[in-house]
Design a protein around this ligand. Structure first.
Ligand code: ADP
Ligand code: MG
Length: 330
């Protein structure tokens, strides 16, 4: 039997009220759980609602956006009912965050040390000297060489990869139970990407955290995630264990994402891409949101949006092709 989830997101809806006639349904009825020690991936192309899902969990949605429905449980705590001050405590203390561009998360006018020490002292009763010692240890833990010197440097003096290591150090400084990483390596060189992802995987293990890993790259998912949710048009369209999802891919969108990966299938030497673009969240097509790009589109796909259904044990798909046991019945 599965343990209690660390995070449970239930029927989450976050809409942006752009103007009177325009509502962007950025996150539209999203449900998932993250269990202790698990790495769960949220994957999809740009604009599919991944970041807004993460920001909703963290309660960082600004106007004209609003969480209009759903619950977000961190263990037993309902985050959507917390006062802003209580939520500030949860961020950093119980949930650590890592974003795509560390330069925007780090303050350019303070040294690396200032920022880590401040974070440590916000959550732990340590004097400056003790906190500095701990900050140096943390920098060493995340693989920063010459930590005693780097601690007094400014963010711009570091490379992108080193800055992301600093962000990881800050995120884990308070030993959160959950780490949310939103495209943590997208801005980095390919050679550095794997190092950062490996470091996050190590830290997840060492600190016994759960990891919600947001990425547009199914290759990253296949290497690092235990479980995966594929997002499209603000909704989950396929969900399963990573192994099952890759072996037994059901949704045409997931298949498209897989085909656009290099080297995953040696028989395919050409990069496939999914034709068309993600529809804007204020203008989804009637029916299935993927129907405008789907190579298998049928009439009924243009009429109604299929439900997310469990078609095999713990494998969920939102697609009419798989509703009644396969295409032949469609
Ligand atoms: P992803 O992280 O998957 O690339 P996002 O979660 O950032 O996508 O955004 C999903 C969709 O939500 C966007 O395509 C856009 O339509 C809408 N959206 C996001 N932020 C805003 C905003 N501030 N105002 C209006 N619409 C927004
Ligand atoms: Mg994003």
């Amino acid at each position: 039997m599965k343990k209690q989830p660390v995070l449970s997101v239930d029927h989450l809806k976050t809409y942006f009220y752009i103007d009177e006639s325009k509502v962007a349904k950025a996150v539209d009825d999203v449900t998932f759980s993250v269990y202790p020690g698990e790495t769960v991936a949220l994957v999809g192309e740009s604009g599919s609602g991944k970041s807004i899902t993460a920001l909703s969990i963290m309660q960082l949605i600004n106007k004209p956006g609003r969480i209009i429905d759903g619950t977000v449980l961190l263990k037993d705590k309902e985050l959507l009912h917390l006062k802003p001050k209580q939520m500030t405590k949860v961020r950093g203390n119980e949930i650590g965050m890592i974003f795509q561009e560390p330069m925007t998360a780090l303050n350019p006018v303070f040294t690396i040390g200032n920022q880590i020490i401040e974070m440590i002292r916000k959550h732990k009763k340590l004097d400056k000297k003790q906190a500095r010692k701990q900050a140096i240890e943390l920098l060493m833990t995340v693989g920063i060489p010459r930590a005693e010197e780097i601690i007094d440097e400014y963010p711009h003096q570091l490379s992108g990869g080193m800055r992301q290591r600093v962000m990881i150090a800050i995120a884990i400084s308070c030993e959160p139970i959950l780490l949310i990483a939103d495209e943590p390596t997208t801005a980095l060189d390919v050679t550095i990407q794997a190092q950062i992802l490996d470091l996050m995987a190590d830290m997840r293990e060492q600190y016994q955290m759960s990891l919600l890993l947001i990425t547009h790259d199914l290759g990253v998912v296949s290497e690092y995630a235990d479980h995966v949710m594929v997002m499209y048009g603000g909704q989950i369209v396929e969900e399963a264990s990573t192994k099952e999802l890759l072996k037994n891919t059901k949704h045409p969108y997931t298949q498209g994402l897989l085909q656009s990966l290099p080297n995953i299938n040696k028989d395919v030497d050409r990069l496939g891409t999914i034709k068309g673009i993600v529809p804007p969240a204020f203008d989804f097509p009637k029916g299935c949101r993927f129907s405008t790009r789907c190579p298998f589109v049928m009439d009924k796909c243009k009429q109604a949006n299929p439900e997310l259904k469990e078609i095999e044990s713990e494998h969920f798909v939102r697609c009419f092709l798989h509703e009644d046991g396969g295409p032949s019945n469609g």
